[in-house]
Design a protein around this ligand. Sequence first.
Ligand code: NAD
Ligand code: TYD
Length: 336
Amino acid sequence: MKVLVTGGAGFIGANFIHWVLKNRDWDIINLDKLTYAGNLESLKSLEDNSRYEFVQGDICDPKLVNDLMSKVDYVVHFAAESHVDRSVLEPGVFIQTNVVGTQVMLQAALENKIKRFHHVSTDEVYGALGLDGGKKFDENTPYDPHSPYSASKASSDHLVRAYGDTFDLEYTITNCSNNYGPYQFPEKMIPLFVANAREDKPLPIYGDGEYIRDYLYVDDHCEAIALVLEKGKSQETYCVGGDSERSINQMAETILKSLEKPESLMTFVKDRPGHDRRYAIDHSKITKELGWKPRVTFDEGIEKTIKWNLDNADWIQNILSGEYQKYYEKQYGERL
Ligand code: NAD
Ligand code: TYD
């Protein structure tokens, strides 16, 4: 099986490539533009692997995408602008990559008769749940995105389904909750909090900190995608989640306790505009149909993730000392 993976130098894509090369016999071509979020360091150990090839390029480039799709049977599409806060500062690139880029990918998939186009999406397309009650998102929840990021991902999901309905494209979609694990860019909450705590810097907590996300260890997401690609029904959507709801305050407390740092580092700052209160996922469809459920408990996953971030200080430091500094200043300069 030959698979084109897009965005494989990013957080989940890199974990997916490592996971597949370990757990499946597939060959992989990784197409990645290497934006600020793409990091070939995450894939360094695969440089000599004959089942893996890297191509630097843009998913918005139809010629390149067509050429690569002529060499594969399957596509797993991760490439995207993925950070909500950046979508507030600069929405345009989210539309370009997440919407226009996905359409370029879909058109090429059709023209090259791709056996299955798997689109990796997010639970953020469903909007926000309240703090009270046990409501969760499932595959039938109406779309209600609130940030330019989630609106662009929602648009891309609609395009994928439209290519299925209109042109009979064989596709699947997964809408997954917040991932955590190795190689996550330190603009996202968990690696940012670990990096700051390590250096006794304040942890910026948005608003009252009572915003809940469902956290899934990244390897469990990788396994879910592989199972859906292999056994999921064509033109179906599967919700994927970790059964681990945590607030920002709880996450900060967990990280500080693990690093033996004082809770006084928790610093409440101006809220993110359009901040969704709570996400939660009902994953019973994928559990019932494909036998998938999260394997890694939250306590196990968060300890592994904190340890990885501490053990790979160089990987983090390379990012923190580069272009990222300018973003950090812009995002947090006046807040902290
Ligand atoms: P990431 O930001 O870490 O990585 C994105 C990758 O895509 C980078 O390597 C970047 O260089 C590449 N890329 C960006 N624009 C590109 C372009 N135009 N052409 C080619 N490559 C390009 O993102 P992530 O957290 O790994 O997320 C991957 C996917 O999973 C995204 O589609 C995201 O919406 C989805 N998702 C993420 C989460 C999460 O918690 N991180 C949860 C659910 C779904
Ligand atoms: P994030 O990791 O950006 O993921 P997403 O917005 O896609 O869920 O944020 C997770 C939660 O942490 C979210 O409620 C926003 C909050 N957060 C902070 O409180 N401070 C921060 O500096 C960041 C980056 C996020």
